[in-house]
Design a protein around this ligand. Structure first.
Ligand code: CA
Length: 223
């Protein structure tokens, strides 16, 4: 699950990103409204979290613009202003939920799960052959075996499964899982694919993760 967080306070952004990453979400941060608008318009996210007070385009305005350009991604607004008025306004302009800072992280996570559940209902689990991934519960199963993955492995597997039967290049995988701003080296993709193979393919048939030489990978049931 990919989340876009638009938050100008660096410490708050870092705290939220860290907490969500530990919960297996892939998080990209925009530090102002303009970047947020650009990123939300040019990449697909499962959820957008908008701080209301931003230096340029504020969260309310940003939400309005996203909705008027027909972006239907669930939006959660964050604000330090605990006023019924701004809450109502936020929901009126198309936000799906509203949370007042400071918040309890557990509540924040529960609300995120609920938003994601609503928006992904009907396609909760991804399934290829006997491999199943539940993006909301963060569970992976192969046959009857529950498989433990680190959060990067999980994000990588989810990405490959969402692109089932499609060849994805190393560059695309890298940008989606590690992010443009990552300083990890690009062979990290190959390293993580091999971790993943050990866990989801090695002891099973059919093999699902295939290498496309000099290009990238494809997750596919060839049986
Ligand atoms: Ca702010």
């Amino acid at each position: 699950m990919r989340i876009l967080l638009v938050e100008d306070e660096k410490n708050v952004a870092r705290f939220i990103k860290k907490g969500l990453t530990e919960e297996f979400y892939t998080v990209e941060v925009a530090v102002n409204g303009k970047d947020g608008l650009f990123m939300a318009s040019n990449a697909a996210y499962d959820l957008i979290i908008l701080d209301v007070m931003l230096p340029d385009i504020d969260g309310m305005e940003l939400c309005k613009r996203l909705r008027s350009s027909n972006i239907k991604t669930p939006i959660m607004m964050l604000t330090a202003v605990d006023a019924v008025e701004s809450k109502v306004k936020g929901l009126d302009i198309g936000a799906d939920d509203y949370l007042t800072k400071p918040f309890v992280f557990e509540e924040f996570l529960a609300r995120i799960r609920s938003l994601l559940r609503r928006s992904t209902s009907g396609e909760n689990s991804l399934k290829v052959a006997d491999l199943t991934l539940d993006p909301v519960k963060h569970e992976v199963w192969r046959k009857e075996n529950r498989i433990d993955l680190t959060w990067k492995e999980f994000a990588l597997l989810e990405y490959l499964m969402r692109n089932q039967d499609r060849i994805v290049s190393r560059t695309r995988i890298f940008e989606n899982i590690w992010g443009y701003d990552s300083d990890a080296s690009s062979n990290v993709v190959d390293v993580y694919v091999s971790y993943l193979r050990d866990k989801v393919d090695k002891n099973y048939m059919p093999k699902l993760i295939h290498t496309i030489r000099n290009v990238g990978y494809v997750l596919k049931d060839e049986s």
